[in-house]
Design a protein around this ligand. Sequence first.
Ligand code: SF4
Length: 177
Amino acid sequence: MDKLSILNIVHDTSVDGPGFRTAIYAAGCTHQCPGCHNPQSWDKDNGSLFSVDELFDKIEEDEFANVTFTGGDPLMQVEGFTKLAIRIKQESQKTIWCYTGYSYEQILRSQRLSQILPFIDVLVDGRYISSLRNEDLQFRGSSNQRIIDINKSLINGNVIIWNGNHVLQNIPSLIEL
Ligand code: SF4
């Protein structure tokens, strides 16, 4: 199986979705948004190669952290990230957030890009637009970007914005309180 080009793996981040998460930073992005926070992520060759198994083992190192795919744009390597998402869903209870520069509508129109949708929980979509930057926004940089509940959106056939319900998942000590 082809390996994924990965810029970084960060454990216990709390800025890429609710709770503590393991963030997988994909290398490679062609959106080239002016003001991008991470332009070194644009070149896929800047990453190190990991197999799906190796990434899954890294994710499993933290029993309680959920997972975020970010970058770069993970959908530029959608085949590999879909395999990773399937493995996570088959073998854990972890939620998956995925950031992308594509809009949800663009993804739906693409058979290739949309293959990942059934296996992720939340999609943060759209390019970063610096004129729409708002530092008060949670988990996104500009106000055009949407935090989409993918399961509900696929069932309803409309964009359903995430309502915050995943915050306590996989944090047993908090759930028991
Ligand atoms: S999609 Fe994200 S990583 Fe890619 S250029 Fe835009 S802000 Fe940067």
